[in-house]
Design a protein around this ligand. Sequence first.
Ligand code: HXC
Length: 520
Amino acid sequence: MKAPNRRKHAMSTILTELEERRESARGGGGERRVAAQHKRGKLTARERIELLVDDGSFEEFDMFVAHRCTDFGMASNQISGDGVVTGWGTINGRQVYVFSQDFTVFGGSLSETHAAKISKIMDMAVKNGAPIVGINDSGGARIQEGVASLAGYAEVFQRNVLASGVVPQISVIMGPCAGGAVYSPAMTDFIFMVRDTSYMFVTGPDVVKTVTNEVISAEELGGSKTHTARSSVADGAFENDVETLIEIRRFFDFLPLNSQMKPPTLPTYDSPDRLEWSLDSLVPDNPNQPYDMKELIYKLADEGDVFELKEEFARNIVTAFIRLEGTTVGVVANQPMVLAGCLDIDSARKAARFVRFCNAFEIPILTLVDVPGFLPGTSQEYGGIIIHGSKLLFAYAEATVPKVTVITRKAYGGAYVVMASKHLRGDFNYAWPSAQIAVMGAKGAVEILYRSELHNPETIAAKTKEYEDRFASPFAAAEKGFIDDVIMPHSTRKRVCRAFASLKHKSLSGPPKKHNNIPL
Ligand code: HXC
């Protein structure tokens, strides 16, 4: 008779203890530090996860994990969870693995056990084929642990590499991220930052001052503006924690769960047959007048829903996700508003990385072309445009996903070839009637071909007209089958949707190899 009572008593004590332990872990570094976090306009690690995943979907792992360090008084300084909250949940019903560093616990610094928690969920994500979202808010390596913490970073780095191309990895920088710690986000697929409260650098302002004498703030050295507009380390930045996490949810909906799965198809009310008459006048009569290529992207996309990446960097090319008939498509588009849409080092690097992500994760690619060529100049040549430009060429040529290209206006020279041309296994290559496909512009061509006649403006004008008549149209290319059809601008959405629909079961693979050797 007594035994069950005793068990009952013991059970209730255990339950109470469990709840107390959970409560203590949920409290992180304590009220004072949580208040300090809030005062900076930052949410706590758990609040962030709550906003990121669907209500009630989060399952936490390793809430009771504690560090094993005994140096520097750490034996008596234990906080359950050890500075990172890990687990899985869903975003609009689709599985995601998450880690969120807790700055209120030892400054979110990474210990051996903190790293083991992150590694565990990364392994789970790869095994189960679901993306990883890492929320970074950390003072870097746990200083009291020394090399053990460096080893922890290495474990995470190794997993970033193994997971690359298997599941999408997204890094969200929501606080400090310094030293070698920046290399884990750098090896993930996308990095998003929060304006004014996050920064990333390999060496901070103090070290910079000591070594180079430069005086610079953390914000200027590695804040969101620096990384979105200048270094191109970050893919985007948002106003505050809440907006950032809402946008990550929106972004997540564009991505497949893993490289073996197709991107999700969302219900849409936007008919694939929608005609956009305004596109017939998008390209100005004057071939040197710019127009906004983004207008075309917005008008093609289902419900005008566009998620642009690296918006502030290399604005002469646009990279974005849209949906057509509910399914994700990656868009790469020359932007005539900036540098006349020329390809240069930055734009080639930006677009190449995007094309490779799309190809790795089976996302079809739509390329919108208005490119007068590669940007000339010593800064480009000295900077290695040959290698960097070839990255985009390489990326397009290796891509086996469905590729649909629309030339709206200029497609000149090497840049014509690079921008998903027929010759790089483009599946559908369309041109608008306003397209001009040639080795170079008429003026430049005639100045080379008729150099000895340069003193004779009448001959030059006549030859320029002859060159224009021959090449300032899509038909010379269409006659050769390099352009599959010349389409009306207003019917572009319909034609592109039909093209992608016809490519749903496309299957293409190259010769077996260990991996290629893309020019880096
Ligand atoms: C242990 C740390 C810590 C760290 C911060 N804390 N960084 N504890 N290891 N790396 C603790 C602080 O002691 C403090 O504890 C709490 O976190 C908050 O820190 P504060 O300094 O009070 O906050 P703040 O003023 O906001 O400054 C944040 C900070 C600063 C800029 C991140 O703490 C800082 O510079 N930390 C050191 C950064 C660093 O040098 N890390 C090592 C980088 S090398 P209490 O108890 O007071 O709340 C590295 C190598 C990785 O990371 C290599 C991988 C290959």
